[in-house]
Design a protein around this ligand. Structure first.
Ligand code: LLP
Length: 407
C-alpha cells in the first residue's frame, strides 16, 4: 500500500506539527476522484450518487461531495440537517432511518426529503396521514447474506432492516388502500461487499418486485462497495460493477417500459481511503512477549479495529526505511484498545508520528469521548491547501451541557 508523506504536495508531518495530534486528515482530491470513478462506471444510465453521510459527515466534506455532483443519503434528522447546512437541497436527500417514530418521518416530510420506509406499520401510518400526496420509497429486505462480517450484514432474513420481500403482497395492499405513490424501491445488504454479482443478485429482487409499482421513478441499490484495507486485500471492481449493473438495469427498463433512475449510496468507497488518522507514539515498551507502541489516540477515535476486528494499515511517518520490527500499536484508553497487532514497522521511538490509513469512513463519525478524552481536529486538503474544517475539542466541550450539582 502506498504510504504517503504528502497530500497534494502538503507534508503530513508539517500538518501534524501545525495542528497537533491526534489529527484526522482528508485528501479532498481522492474523494472527488472516487465520485468521478462512479460517474464514469455508470455513465450509460441516469445515476444518482447518494453519499451515505454516516461514513463522514463533517460539513466541509459534505459540501465538497455535493460540489462534485453527489447527493445525500441520511439516516437521522441530524444528518438531514447537516446536509442542508452544507448546501444540499432537501429534495436531493434520501432519508433512510431505521425504526424511528412516525414524528421523525413527519419532520422529514416537512423538510422535503425523500422518505425511505422500512416497516409495514410505518407504511400504513404514512398512507393514513398523507394518502396520495407524498411520494415515498420502500426499503426491501431481499434476504441476501452479504457483506464483510455479520455486524455489517443487513439484508439477510434475520436482519432488522427493511420490509421482507415476502411481504410484498402486504406492501401492495397498503399502497392500494391508501393510494400511496411508491416511487422508489431500495435495498442495502451490507458493507465491504467485494463481488459485483452480489449487487446484481439484489437487483434481480428489485427488478422482479418493481413490475408491481407503476409509479416508480428509481431503484436504489444501496452502498457497500468494498475498499482495500490491507496490502493483500482487494476492492470492488467499480468499472465491472458499473458495467454489470448498468447492463442489467437497461434490460430491466426495457421490460418495465420506461426509463428509471438508478440510485447508489456509497459511504466507504468515497471517503475511506481519503482519510488518515495521524497519531504520535507516546510510549514504546517491551513486555516479555510483546513490543508495544502506545499512541495518543485509541478506540475512542477509531473504533473499527476493536469493534469489527478491522485491519487498518499503519506506517511510521517519522522513519520510513531501515530496520523493522514487530509492534502492537495500542491506544491510551483504559481497556484493551488495540489499533494493530504484531505489525512490521520501521523502528518506532517516542515522539514519532504514525499514520493509520483508511480512516476516512466510520472514523470520526464513530468517535466518542470515552475516558473523557477529546476528539481530534479535522483538516481537509483541497487543491494543495490545508483547511482546518473542525477544531480539536476543548475541555469546555465536555462539560458544556452538564449541571454541576454539589450534593
Ligand atoms: N446505505 C445504507 C442504507 C446504509 O445503511 C449504509 C451503511 C450505506 C448506504 C453505506 O455503506 P458503505 O458504502 O459505507 O459500506 N461502521 C461500519 C459500516 C456500517 C455501515 C452501515 N450502513 C464499518 O465501519 O465498517
Amino acid at each position: 500500500m502506498h504510504k504517503p508523506t504528502h497530500i497534494q504536495g502538503v507534508a503530513i508531518e508539517a500538518l501534524a506539527k501545525e495542528f497537533g495530534t491526534p489529527l484526522y486528515l482528508y485528501d479532498g482530491g481522492k474523494i472527488v476522484n472516487q465520485i468521478q470513478a462512479l460517474q464514469t462506471a455508470f455513465a450509460t444510465i441516469p445515476v444518482r450518487i447518494k453519499y451515505a453521510a454516516k461514513a463522514l459527515s463533517s460539513l466541509s466534506v459534505l459540501s465538497l461531495i455535493r460540489k462534485a455532483g453527489a447527493e445525500l443519503d441520511a439516516v437521522s434528522l441530524e444528518e438531514v440537517k447537516l446536509g442542508l447546512l452544507a448546501g444540499s437541497k432537501a429534495s436531493e436527500i434520501m432519508y433512510t432511518p431505521s425504526g424511528v417514530s412516525f414524528e421523525e418521518i413527519q419532520e422529514a416530510v416537512q423538510i422535503g426529503a425523500m422518505i425511505n420506509l422500512d416497516s409495514l406499520p410505518l407504511l400504513e401510518r404514512f398512507g393514513q396521514t398523507y394518502g396520495n400526496s407524498v411520494p415515498v420509497c420502500i426499503r426491501i429486505n431481499p434476504h441476501i447474506l452479504a457483506g464483510g462480517n455479520m455486524k455489517i450484514s443487513v439484508g439477510h432474513k434475520e436482519s432488522k432492516f427493511g420490509i421482507s420481500i415476502e411481504h410484498l403482497p402486504q406492501i401492495l395492499e397498503l399502497a392500494q388502500q391508501y393510494q400511496i405513490p411508491i416511487v422508489g424501491l431500495h435495498l442495502h445488504t451490507g458493507s465491504d461487499i467485494l463481488d459485483a454479482e452480489v449487487f446484481l443478485k439484489g437487483g434481480k429482487v428489485l427488478f422482479k418486485a418493481a413490475m408491481h409499482f407503476p409509479n416508480l421513478q428509481f431503484l436504489d441499490f444501496g452502498g457497500g462497495f468494498k475498499v482495500a484495507y490491507s496490502p493483500e486485500d482487494s476492492a470492488t471492481d467499480i468499472a465491472e460493477l458499473g458495467r454489470i449493473v448498468s447492463g442489467a438495469f437497461q434490460e430491466f427498463c426495457k421490460k418495465f417500459g420506461r426509463k428509471l433512475e438508478l440510485w447508489i449510496e456509497p459511504g466507504k468507497f468515497l471517503v475511506s481511503e481519503a482519510g488518515y488518522l495521524v497519531v504520535k507514539a507516546t510510549v514504546v515498551k517491551e513486555t516479555p512477549s510483546i513490543h508495544f507502541v502506545g499512541v495518543d489516540s485509541g478506540m475512542n477515535h477509531l473504533i473499527r479495529p476493536m469493534m469489527y476486528d478491522a485491519y487498518h494499515e499503519i506506517y511510521n511517518l517519522s522513519n520510513l526505511d531501515g530496520a523493522t520490527s514487530s509492534y502492537t500499536v495500542v491506544g491510551y484508553i483504559c481497556e484493551t484498545d488495540t489499533l494493530a497487532s504484531q505489525r512490521q514497522l520501521h523502528t518506532v521511538k517516542e515522539g514519532d508520528f504514525l499514520v493509520i490509513q483508511n480512516a476516512g469512513a466510520y472514523g470520526y463519525t464513530m468517535s466518542s469521548n470515552y475516558n473523557a478524552r477529546l476528539r481530534p481536529a479535522e483538516v481537509l486538503v483541497w487543491e494543495g491547501k490545508a483547511y482546518l474544517i473542525r477544531k480539536r475539542e476543548q475541555f469546555e466541550d465536555l462539560i458544556r451541557n452538564q449541571e454541576i450539582i454539589q450534593w
